[in-house]
Design a protein around this ligand. Structure first.
Ligand code: NAG
Length: 503
C-alpha cells in the first residue's frame, strides 16, 4: 500500500518492518556516493533516525527536501511513518520553471518565494523572461532609457481579455546576483532570457533606432496591394505600418510586428552591451534568446534588410532569420554563452546541437521528430500540459482564448512520448511557463502554478514505472495542509477562490 507522500515520486522505495517518529539526521555523517547518479541520493529511514548517501551537491539538496516532505507526513500521522529505504535520482537533468517578470514585474523578495516552492518540488532551473513588448527588466550600462522608459507600463486598454494592470520595475544588477546566489544555494541554475528579434516594443519605445525603419512610400503602396496586408484587420494594418519612433510599450497581449533590424550597427552594439551585462550577472552557460512570434513583414519591407538579403544571397526572410540567430549565437559565444530558443516549427532557424523548446499547441509530436532529425536538443513545454498561465478548473477565466489545462492534463505529460528511447534521447527535460500578462503578482502566479507544477515535476523526475495518477492525487491532497503551513499559501483550487485581477 501507499507509504511515503513524496512528490515527485522516488525511483525506488523499499518498505521495512516497523514505524518511526524519528526523522533526525546528522549532515556530517552523510556519505558521498557518486554511484547513485547525478543529483541522486539514498535515505535509510529507521527508528534511530535517517542516514543519507548522496551523489553530489544537488543530491544532498534533494535528500533534504525529501526529508522535509517526510516531516510533513509525520506531522499529519504522529503515530509514525513506515521505516524503509529510498533510492532516488531524476529521470531528466532539466526540470525548469519560467517566470515572466517582463509582463508583470515581480519584486526580488517575491521571486525568492517563487524559488522556495519550486525547490520544494525539485525543479532545478529558474528561467527569467526578462524582456518583452510590455517591459524591460534589467539595466544595461550606458542605456538609461531602459529604466526611464522601457521598464514602465501603463494599464491595459479596457477590461476583459487583454486587460492588464499597470506594472513597472527594474532589477539592479546586484539584486539579480543575489537571486543567482539564492538559487545556487538550493541547487538551482538561473537562465536569463532576452527575446529577439520580436517581442520588443518596450525597447522600441526607448531606442527606436535599433528597429527596422519605415519603408519608402512606393514600397508601402505596393505592399498595400498584397494579400499579406489586405488579409489583416484595421488595427493590425495600422500597427504594422507604425514608425518605430511612434511605437509604445505594449499594453495588451498579442504579437508585435516591430523587429530588431539586423542591419543596424547600434542594435549590435546594444546587444553586445546587454550580453556582456548578463554574462557579468549570470554565471550559467545559457542565455535564452526567445525567437518566438517574429512576423517578418517589416524585414520584408525594410530597405536595409532587402539590400542585405540580396548581398548575402538570402532567398527570403526565413534565411535572414537563420542568419540573425547565427550572428546572435556568435555574439553569445564571445562571452562563453550558449543560445536557446522557443522552437518555431515552420522553419529551419537553428544550429545543430542547440537546445530549443517545444511550446505550440498541437505541435509537440511533429517538433519531437523534426528536432531529432535536425540534431537539436529539446525541452518539453507543450502548451497542453505545461502552460500554467492557462486556466486549471472549468469556470476559471480563460482570458478569452486559453485552452483548459487541468491538473490531470498536466499529469498526462509523457516525456517519453510513447516512443522507443533512441527516438527521444534528445529530450533533456520538462519546463513550465507562467506567462504573466494576466498574473500581476506572486499570489496570482502561485495560484496558477500550483498544484499543476507538482504534476510536471513528477513527470520530469520519476520513471514511468513510478507514475500513478491515483497516487499522485492522494499525495497532492496530503500536501495541502503542510504546504499552507510552510509557504503561507493555499493549494485549494475552487470555482471562486482565484485572486481577481484588479487595477
Ligand atoms: C505565447 C507567447 C507568449 C505569451 C503566451 C501566452 C510563447 C513562446 N510566446 O503565444 O509571449 O505570453 O503565448 O500564453 O509562449
Amino acid at each position: 500500500g501507499p507509504s511515503y507522500n513524496i512528490i515527485p515520486e522516488p525511483v525506488r522505495i523499499e518498505q521495512k518492518q516497523g514505524m518511526t517518529q524519528n526523522l533526525r539526521f546528522d549532515i556530517k555523517n552523510a556519505k558521498l556516493d557518486p554511484s547513485l547518479g547525478a543529483e541522486g541520493y539514498a535515505l535509510d529511514i529507521t527508528p534511530q533516525g535517517i542516514s543519507i548517501r548522496y551523489a553530489d551537491k544537488r543530491g544532498l539538496e534533494n535528500a533534504k527536501i525529501t526529508i522535509l516532505q517526510l516531516e510533513d507526513q509525520l506531522g499529519a500521522s504522529p503515530a509514525g511513518i513506515p521505516c524503509g529505504t529510498i533510492t532516488d535520482k531524476p529521470a531528466y537533468a532539466w526540470r525548469g520553471m519560467m517566470c515572466d517578470v517582463a509582463r508583470s514585474f515581480m519584486p526580488l523578495e517575491d521571486l525568492k518565494k517563487f524559488v522556495d516552492v519550486m525547490h520544494f518540488y525539485k525543479f532545478n532551473v529558474l528561467h527569467l523572461h526578462l524582456t518583452d513588448d510590455q517591459g524591460w527588466r534589467f539595466p544595461v550600462p550606458g542605456y538609461d532609457r531602459l529604466k526611464t522608459v522601457a521598464s514602465t507600463r501603463g494599464p491595459g486598454d479596457g477590461g476583459g481579455p487583454g486587460w492588464m494592470p499597470a506594472s513597472s520595475g527594474m532589477y539592479t544588477a546586484q539584486e539579480l546576483k543575489d537571486l543567482v546566489a539564492y538559487c545556487k544555494a538550493r541547487g538551482i541554475d538561473v537562465v536569463p532570457e532576452i527575446d529577439v528579434p520580436g517581442h520588443n516594443q518596450a525597447l522600441c519605445e526607448a531606442y527606436p533606432e535599433l528597429f527596422c525603419q519605415n519603408p519608402s512610400a512606393d514600397k508601402v503602396e505596393a505592399f498595400k496591394q498584397t494579400q499579406a496586408y489586405t488579409s489583416k484587420n484595421d488595427a493590425q494594418k495600422q500597427e504594422l505600418l507604425t514608425a518605430p519612433q511612434d511605437v509604445k510599450t505594449r499594453r495588451s497581449g498579442g504579437v508585435s510586428y516591430h523587429l530588431l533590424c539586423p542591419q543596424s550597427k547600434e542594435m549590435w552594439k546594444f546587444y553586445e552591451a546587454a550580453v556582456k551585462q548578463l554574462a557579468d550577472i549570470f554565471p550559467g552557460k545559457i542565455i535564452h534568446l526567445g525567437g518566438d512570434e517574429a512576423p517578418a513583414e517589416r524585414w520584408e519591407l525594410c530597405a536595409a534588410c532587402t539590400e542585405a538579403r540580396k548581398a548575402k544571397g538570402q532567398k527570403n526572410t526565413n534565411e535572414e532569420m537563420r542568419g540573425f540567430f547565427k550572428d546572435m549565437t556568435s555574439l553569445l559565444a564571445k562571452y562563453g554563452k550558449e543560445a536557446q530558443f522557443w522552437f518555431e516549427l515552420e522553419d529551419d532557424f537553428y544550429q545543430k546541437g542547440q537546445t530549443v523548446y517545444t511550446w505550440r499547441l498541437g505541435k509537440t509530436p511533429a517538433t519531437v521528430n523534426a528536432t531529432k532529425k535536425a540534431g537539436l536538443k529539446l525541452v518539453l513545454t507543450p502548451g497542453e500540459h505545461c502552460y500554467l498561465d492557462y486556466p486549471q478548473l472549468p469556470g476559471h477565466s480563460n482570458r478569452g482564448w486559453m485552452p483548459m489545462v487541468t491538473l490531470e492534463k498536466c499529469y498526462q505529460l509523457d516525456p517519453t512520448q510513447g516512443k522507443p528511447a533512441d527516438q527521444v534521447d534528445h529530450i533533456v527535460g520538462v519546463h513550465c511557463t507562467l506567462w504573466a500578462e494576466q498574473l500581476p503578482t506572486l499570489e496570482h502566479t502561485l495560484y496558477r502554478a500550483y498544484p499543476r507544477a507538482m504534476a510536471v515535476a513528477e513527470k520530469g523526475w520519476s520513471p514511468k514505472s513510478a507514475w500513478s495518477w491515483e497516487r499522485f492525487q492522494q499525495k497532492m491532497e496530503a500536501h495541502k495542509k503542510p504546504f499552507e503551513k510552510r509557504f503561507g499559501y493555499t493549494l485549494e483550487r475552487t470555482m471562486d477562490n482565484e485572486p481577481a485581477v484588479k487595477p
